[in-house]
Design a protein around this ligand. Sequence first.
Ligand code: 3PG
Ligand code: CO
Length: 555
Amino acid sequence: GFSWTLADHPKLPKGKIVAMVVLDGWGEASPNQYNCIHVADTPTMDYLKQGAPEKWRLIRAHGTAVGLPTEDDMGNSEVGHNALGAGRIYAQGAKLVDLALASGKIYEGEGFKYIKECFDNGTLHLIGLLSDGGVHSRLDQLLLLLKGARDNGAKRIRVHILTDGRDVLDGTSVGFVETLENELEKLREKGVDAQIASGGGRMYVTMDRYENDWEVVKRGWDAQVLGEAPHKFMTAVEAIKRLREDPKANDQYLPPFVIVNEDGQAVGPIVDGDAVVTFNFRADRMVMIAKALEYEDFDKFDRVRFPKIRYAGMLQYDGELKLPSHFLVSPPEIERTSGEYLVHNGVRTFACSETVKFGHVTFFWNGNRSGYFNPDMEKYVEIPSDSGITFNVRPKMKAIEIAEKARDAILSRKFHQVRVNLPNGDMVGHTGDIEATIVACKVADDAVKMILDAIEQVGGIYVVTADHGNAEDMVKRDKSGKPQLDKKGTIQILTSHTLEPVPIAIGGPGLAPGVRFRNDVPNGGLANVAATVMNLHGFEAPSDYEPTLIEVIDN
Ligand code: 3PG
Ligand code: CO
């Protein structure tokens, strides 16, 4: 039968302190002026790179290596940390939704049947990110879902859009809205009363995560449910064009707006008897709105009205909370993660990041489960993020505070694994501010140094890697790799992640002398890291895990 007990590694000892450092948004790309990691002063990471090929190498962090549909899909933190923690590659939300839509199974599932009950007398509301980034949602999936809803009897549909500019170029929101409007027009020709009802920028409206700022969710609630917002327009295209006229405006942070009819009435508030679907497949930025839509008892903000609706997520977003309880597509069944194995095998774990990335090294790492496996064996520390600012204003973020917590945890010798996420390269990279991203990269490097120094003191081991690329390329490139110019001849800033591989480095005084990277896993990716780390804790990985990246040579 199944057992949690891991076999002893034949050559590596137990009990070493292992620092597991994840630099968020830190890929490897050719050195040039748009590579902020290259431009920044990063002596620690440069030093680690000198260990190649035995102690430093690159691993894949995008596409099928992390369970995404195609090799054109950039990496992201959800699939990246899932792979790092689970040690296996799962078909991820993007792919699972594609399959469910293509086969039509989505319409036969419990979740769709549940919301369908409202189609005769109520409105179907679809809330989510309007983007083809493929990180949280995809526009083509939304369009298929709209068509499927009509075929299954939806008579009145309202779409509540969130504009992107973070996983896609800033300014692309207008084109996405035009595409959506075309589809809605087709639905109207077929007799469905279908319209966009509200909108707002994803970073300012609805899509907060890890309870960083409930005001973000409240702004969305007011627009989507109550039909109230500071800005009112007759169409979404007009809304976005007008709101973007403000020179400081961008897609990520557009203020909330509602669409109104000639009488100034909101066209699509959510009321008793309606159905609601949040159409993002990715979990982190849907958990908060899911709570607001589903929980009877709720005190995070005043909902004013709590309509009696049937709500389903595209996926179930939190496997521990079973939230939401209804969903259209079953999430990947990520089980027996490395974290769960390690607590069963006596490995005490400390995990830390600041709020905006805290769930990455806990929730995502543990297969989209909130909470501890065993509170006696684990300690998770969240450092409050600065809220209400964009991180280019404070590019240092809480990196040093995170490193200090890690240092203290290492020096306390109470934990065998000390795991952190350093957010700077990613969070500042997403702002598109190159100067600030260079500062961010330097600070992340300083933080790594602090952790490596602590590992040195306790005779431990370090593993330094990243979840996907971002800061190493800040410009949109054409097929030949040259910066792409817009109509005015200026470069287009790339706020999104990339397709680049990420580095992984191992070392520290506790690393047994013969340990080195194998050269027979050339296509190794993030999912190979879990087995590697289990080995460094003195265990063999379970047989169904992706192979370890290391071998031990007898000297
Ligand atoms: C976000 O949610 O901030 C971006 O869409 C993806 O960034 P992350 O995958 O690094 O969190
Ligand atoms: Co990111």
